[in-house]
Structure formats: C-alpha cells, structure tokens
Design a protein around this ligand. Structure first.
Ligand code: NAD
Length: 460
C-alpha cells in the first residue's frame, strides 16, 4: 500500500464503522444531514460564488442559479420525500406464493465515492451527495483539482456542517484519485470525461463495485423547417454562453437547412448583443475557460471552420468569444470530439431525415434538442434518436425538473440521478417475501406426479 492509500484507508475505516453501526440508516440523521447541507449553502453562499469566480470567472448569477439554488432545490425536494422513498414498496404476490406478502425494501449501500468534474464544481459533488445521504450512506467526496478554490472551500465547509463520522472530503488530482480508487467502495459515482470514466470503471471492477458514469458527448440541436428561429437562436445562445459553453448538456452543434442558416445566425448575433453588449469577451456575465490547456484546445478548434460570429480570443485572461462556425471540417476534432466551450458549429442538412441520420451515425449523446412546431417531427425525433435526455424547443432547462432522471446512455454514461432516481441509485432495492406458514400447498414438493404437473399448468 502506498502512503496515500494507507491514509485514505484510515479515512474510510471510521466511515465504514459508522455505516455498519447503523448511524446513517436512521431517518432523522439523514434529514438532519440534509438540513445541515442546506445551512452550509445558505450561510456560505457568497464565499461559494466567490470561489467559483476566482477559479474561472464564473458569473455569480450563473453560479447561484446552476449550483447553489440548484442543489438547494434538489435537497428540499429529497427531504420532503425521504420517508416515502425509504418505505417498503409492496408488490403483488402470485397465487403460488400465497399466503404471503412481497415488497421491495430500499436499503443503503455503504460508503460511496463521489468524484466531481470542474465545470459545475459545487453541483457535481453536492447534488449526488443529497441522494447518497438521503438513502442512508456514508460518502467521500473528491472535488476536481482544476477548480482549486472551490475544492478547498468544499473541503473546509463539509466537515464544519456535516457529520464527520460519515462524510469526508479528499482533495487532489490524479495521484489522489488513483489512490482512492484502490479502496473498496460500495458505489462509485463519477462525473467527467469518458477516458477517465474507463479508468474509474477498471478500478471499480477490481472490487466489483457498481459505478455511475456521468459523462459527456456531442449534444445536437436540430432546427426543423417550421422552427421559430428567433426563439431557437435566443435559447441556443443562452445554452452555449452559460458557463462559456463548458456544460455537459450544452448544445454542441446545430443542424439546419441551408436556406434557414443565415437567418438563424443573424438572430444569434442580435441575441448575443442583447445579452452581453458589443463586447462579450469583456462581459462580467461571461465565464473564462477553466485553464490554459482547455483554452489552447478550444482556440485550436477555431481553424476547422469559417467564423460567422465571434472568433476573438484573449490568451491573457483565457477567454474566447462565443463563436459560430460554418463550413466546418467534418473530420476535424471540432466535429469528432465534444467541444465543451463557446464554439457552435452550424451544419447544413437538407431535411429532418438527414439530421436524424447524422445524429444516429455518432455516439448516443447526453442530450438531444429539437426546435420545431410540428408534432410529427417531435414524434420522429423522440422515437428515432436515443439520448440520455431530450428537450424540445429549448436546451439544458430540463435539468430543473427533479422528477426527470438525469444521466447518459452508451458513450455518454450509465446510471441516472436527480430526485427519486438518485435515491434509488444509492440504494439497494432489496426484494423481500414473507410467507405464511399455513396452508402448505404440496404441489412444488417431490414426489412429482402427473396430477401435480396438471395442477401446475392450471395454476400457471
Ligand atoms: P476533470 O478534469 O475535472 O476530471 C473529472 C474528475 O476525474 C476529477 O475529479 C479528476 O480529479 C478525476 N481524474 C482526472 N484524471 C484522472 C485519472 N487519470 N485517474 C483518476 N481520476 C482522474 O473533468 P473533465 O474530465 O475535464 O470533465 C469534462 C467532461 O465531463 C466533459 O466530457 C463533460 O461533458 C463531462 N461532464 C459530464 C457531466 C454529467 O453530469 N454528465 C457533468 C459535467 C461534466
């Protein structure tokens, strides 16, 4: 064992003991932890917003909306339902099991590991923590090292508010996460890119630990022939400038017919000016790129198309103007990898058929968007495109519905959380059957006979 592994082993041992003793199973304890988490967010709102601003200039209003308020609303939603979700869930017992009662009893898993990504550095560790605690687990949180101020703040606040016997924070990057992954957890919840997702899954396989992988991908936005272009432009601009496009469910690219393309682009230009004024790159309402590596990567992608809007970059401040690209090189990284930044390729396709075919030829996206007025188009889009989530006539905003399970499919991830889906994800749904002792139906016991066989067939 390396020093780090020994250190983390010492960290996990008391958490496991607290879980084994049943401390985290208690409903009052679970509710108390959610109350404490709410206090943590409310009493430290300003420091939380400041930390994210220092990390990559995340605008406070965006940070409030997509991180603090988002987590509080998930938390309140869960707290109101925690008792109902924890109850046994009765199911029918067939004749062969009578007299008897059957039900599903959710039970906590144990100690879970939550590894977060940097783009929503508070939401991505605390939103999964809510169902983990609500379901009665202990947890270790590993925030992203790419947002060090937020990571340090989480490491400072969590032990001040939450029960140290059951929740711990480990800060660090690859060496720390690799050491953590050597330990046995009861579930690993990972948010980030697919390459690291594979590393996490391989490490988990060593202990047969179940994993949830919240990954990314290229989420398409299809503009149908009858779409309201002005409304589509406004929502696409919002989705691509929120967090400077560094959002897992941001629209990655647009598919549109050639004769609508320029009109959509003109609407986008007007929306950008409306929202950010003449100089978006200087706007305080617009985030920076998280680090130099991502800044260079995104700047490099600009060469793979013709700039229709934007295109300015500021090396000093790691900022990239929201940029619409046309005539893009389909074989370049721009169209082969998730963009994860404020670049929006607009690609011409003749019709919905071809748009759907285009999306289907790639990996299943985390989210898929369609702008249309036509019910027939909606129907086709929903039945022919598989994606983690789908949203019609808007982008990203579906995340605010707690009853919609959130997660990817195929290369965009596995497992879903938010609302009850999160509670179930962090629970084992134990099947229970309780039998009466009398009367005893002998048909299942040897010696078998033609009569018993007949009876079995009759009973189904
Ligand atoms: P990241 O660099 O912050 O990495 C994610 C986590 O993995 C971090 O905690 C990091 O420390 C850890 N990590 C990195 N390298 C590792 C290694 N070699 N071994 C073990 N752990 C390691 O984030 P990222 O990967 O740049 O995240 C961006 C990706 O995440 C995008 O693809 C985006 O779409 C996706 N994402 C998905 C969601 C979702 O909910 N589905 C949300 C946000 C981001």
């Amino acid at each position: 064992m390396t020093d780090l592994e020994t250190q983390y082993n010492q960290l996990i041992t008391p958490l496991r003991a607290a879980f084994q003793e049943g401390m985290t199973h208690d409903l009052a304890w679970r509710r108390g932890q959610l109350d404490a988490l709410e206090r943590l967010l409310e009493e430290n709102e300003q420091s939380i917003l400041d930390a994210m601003h220092r990390d990559f200039g995340k605008p406070p209003q965006e940070a409030f909306m997509a991180e603090v308020a988002f987590v509080i609303s998930e938390l309140r939603y869960a707290r109101r339902r925690i008792e109902r979700w924890s109850r046994r869930r009765p199911v029918d017992t067939p004749m062969v099991g009578q007299p008897g009662r059957s039900y599903v009893q959710p039970e906590p898993l144990g100690v879970v590991l939550i590894i977060g990504a940097w783009n929503y550095p508070v939401q991505l560790v605390l939103a999964p923590l809510i169902p983990a605690l609500a379901a009665g687990n202990a947890a270790i949180l590993k925030p992203s090292e790419l947002t060090p101020h937020t990571s340090a703040l989480i490491a400072e606040l969590v032990p001040r508010y939450l029960d140290r016997k059951a929740v711990a924070v480990v800060e660090g990057g690859v060496p720390e996460t690799s050491a953590l992954l050597k330990l046995r957890f009861d579930h690993i919840f990972y948010t980030g890119g697919a390459a690291v997702g594979k590393i996490v899954m391989q490490a988990a396989a060593e202990h047969l630990t179940p994993v949830t992988l919240e990954l990314g991908g290229k989420s398409p936005a299809i503009i149908d022939r009858d779409a309201d272009l002005k409304s589509a432009a406004r929502r696409l601009v919002w989705g691509k400038t929120l967090n400077a496009g560094q959002t897992c469910v941001a629209p990655d690219y647009v598919l549109i017919s050639a004769d609508q393309r320029d009109e959509l682009i003109e609407h986008m230009r007007a929306c950008l000016e409306d929202m950010f004024g003449a100089d978006v790159i200087d706007s305080a309402d617009y985030a920076s790129i998280v680090n130099q590596r991502h800044f260079e990567r995104l700047s490099g992608l600009l060469q793979h198309g013709r700039v229709a809007i934007g295109g300015r970059v500021d090396h000093e401040r790691q900022r990239i103007e929201p940029t619409v690209l046309v005539d893009v090189d389909q074989d370049s990284e721009l169209m082969q990898e998730e963009i994860f930044g404020p670049l929006l390729p607009v690609i011409e396709v003749p019709d919905l058929d071809r748009a759907i075919g285009y999306v289907r030829s790639g990996d299943k996206p985390l989210s898929a968007y369609l702008f249309t007025k036509s019910d027939a188009s909606k129907q086709r889009f929903l039945s022919e495109i598989t994606a983690g989530s789908a949203c019609i006539n808007d982008v990203i905003i579906f995340m605010s519905v707690p009853e919609l399970p959130f997660g990817g499919v195929g290369m965009s991830g596995m497992g879903q959380y938010h609302g009850k889906a999160g509670f179930d994800l962090f629970s084992h749904l134990k099947s229970v059957m309780q039998r009466g002792r009398w009367p005893e139906v002998n048909v299942r016991f040897a010696p078998y006979s033609a009569f018993k066989m007949k009876l079995l067939k009759l009973l189904g």
